[in-house]
Ligand binder design. Structure first.
Ligand code: FAD
Length: 475
């Protein structure tokens, strides 16, 4: 089918879909509510410093995708190498966690306890056939209670703001870098091959931050005749029988309508359902309100020092510190800070409207500088300037019953043949940018090939076991 295709949302997924369709001569319009494209993959520039919304890196197993990105970016794409650590109890541990490192850095008592609790976990898993329902179950069954209490529990509770007992085991199975102690042992003995994403050190990164990749993709789309409408917030979906005929959006505050033949939506799944006329969605409300997102605030500091450390990421597990990760953008690209200077970015998870979300930037800076000093980075006198950024839909919260609620929303959309939802927010899946891009391309192909594939193959793409293992512990 050829015709007018609307793409809702101009992030990694939406732009990839638009790019694919434009390459094949389709009429495409992207509606993006912000004043620029990129979504979670934007880079903010301030006084010669550059900060992503949480440092991003581009890795993909899809050769074609990598080739397309490399071709588009040319010499603006750098290859970088990652070194990450975990800060815990005044010590620095390897990331991903390694059994050898834990053994060498922990005292004898903790090591003995860890080993014994691991044996108990293995024993009870085999004998009592315990099931993994929650995140806590998943970890305790594989690592034992002691390592859970030390590394995984506190970090997870801080990241999500709820008890790991209430988080689905899906999140662990998809994100835990150290798959289990046996896996680590096998890798040490070279009995297991392959490089899971977590273990991957090399990655691509644009000179001017991850946002450069999507700014360039936006230009490519426009060169091919695609339209990108910024400051356009989608509000309503128009329906005729089981067909989407157009959408209403606010363009700089003015209501506008646009007709279409098909829609690829990458806005959040609950927001999309809310955009349908109410009479169609009356029994969807419970499912819509059950899918929640965790917000993130970022504190971006310009620092008058050449370097802070040689780490790309430093994970902060302990709950008493406000941030989950400390990053030095210069480690990704030297163009992230002026020569001789550096910068620090902190990721601070919170809920929209809570104390952390609402507190002044001065108060947030004060709290963070105190925490940083305690962690061994006393940079108070070196901070030249700072600013905060935030996202409301940072992480889809995998509660124990999220799958059931999400499926109800997918089922609802199934009735409407000419709309497909995809992307991180659109499928309520904790996916990385490369998978969001692949989904966008797959959604475009789904429309171009007259919907021969099932929508579910796109919703769940790359969720098979082999690829679950290539994911990492955090975003
Ligand atoms: C802190 C953090 C760090 C990360 N690090 C990495 C990393 O290192 N590597 C990696 O691969 N991935 C990383 N990710 C994940 C990556 O950012 C996402 O997978 C990817 O950006 C998802 O793209 P998307 O297009 O699906 O969603 P989004 O980027 O969220 O795009 C959705 C778009 O829709 C727009 N929109 C929403 N509502 C409306 C509306 N009503 N009308 C119009 N437009 C609307 C939004 O403004 C946005 O532009 C990270 C994520 C976070 C939060």
């Amino acid at each position: 089918m050829k015709g007018n295709i609307l793409i809702l949302g101009g992030g990694a997924c939406g732009l990839s879909a638009a790019w694919e369709l434009c390459k094949h001569g389709y009429n495409v319009t992207v509606l993006e509510k912000e004043s620029r494209v990129g979504g979670l993959c934007i880079t903010n520039e301030f006084k010669g410093y550059r900060f992503d919304l949480g440092g991003h890196r581009f890795i993909s197993k899809n050769k074609e995708l990598v080739e397309d990105v490399c071709k588009m970016m040319g010499d603006k794409l750098l290859t970088s190498s990652r070194k990450s650590v975990i800060l815990l109890k005044g010590k620095v541990f390897d990331y991903p966690l390694s059994a050898k490192d834990i053994f060498l850095k922990m005292d004898m008592w903790t090591n003995t306890k860890s080993f014994l609790s691991y044996l108990v976990a293995v024993f009870s898993r085999i004998v009592f056939r315990r099931k993994d329902v929650s995140f806590e179950d998943w970890i305790v069954h594989r690592f034992g209670r002691t390592l859970y209490n030390l590394f995984f529990g506190p970090y997870t509770e801080k990241l999500w703001g709820i008890s790991p007992k209430k988080i689905s085991s899906d999140w662990a199975s998809q994100r835990i870098s150290l798959l289990n102690l046996r896996d680590v042992l096998f890798r040490l003995l070279k009995l297991k091959k392959g490089t899971p994403r977590t273990y991957a050190k090399g990655y691509y990164y644009p000179k001017k931050g991850i946002g450069q990749m999507f700014d360039m993709m936006g230009s490519e789309i426009e060169k091919l005749g695609g339209k990108i409408v910024l400051n356009a917030e989608v509000q309503r979906v128009h329906i005729n029988n089981n067909t989407i005929t157009g959408v209403r959006y606010l363009d700089n505050g003015i209501e506008k309508n646009i007709d279409c033949d098909a829609v690829i939506s990458t806005i959040s799944l609950p927001d999309l359902i809310k955009a349908f006329p109410k009479q169609f969605t009356y029994d969807m409300e419970k499912h819509v309100s059950s899918l929640k997102f965790r917000a993130v605030r970022f504190l971006n500091m310009l620092v008058d020092m050449p370097d802070i450390s040689d780490n790309t990421w430093m994970y902060v597990s302990e709950g008493k510190y406000i941030m989950t990760r400390i990053q030095e953008p210069k480690r990704r690209s030297p163009f992230s800070a002026p020569e001789g200077k550096t910068s620090v970015m902190l990721e601070i998870p919170c809920n929209e409207g809570d104390e952390t979300w609402s507190c002044s930037k001065e108060k947030l800076l004060e709290r963070c500088l105190k925490d940083l000093k305690d962690l061994g980075f006393d940079i108070r006198d070196k901070v030249i300037d700072y600013f905060t950024t935030s996202v409301t839909q940072g992480y889809p919260v995998y509660t124990l019953d999220y799958v059931e609620h999400r499926q109800k929303l997918f089922d609802f959309l199934e009735k409407y043949e000419n709309i497909i939802t995809c992307g991180r927010q659109g499928t309520f899946r904790y996916i990385f940018m490369d998978i969001a891009m692949e989904m966008g391309i797959a959604a475009a192909q789904h429309l171009m090939l007259d919907r021969v594939s099932k929508k579910d193959t796109i919703h769940y793409m790359r969720s098979e076991k082999e690829l679950i293992e290539v994911s990492s512990v955090t975003s």
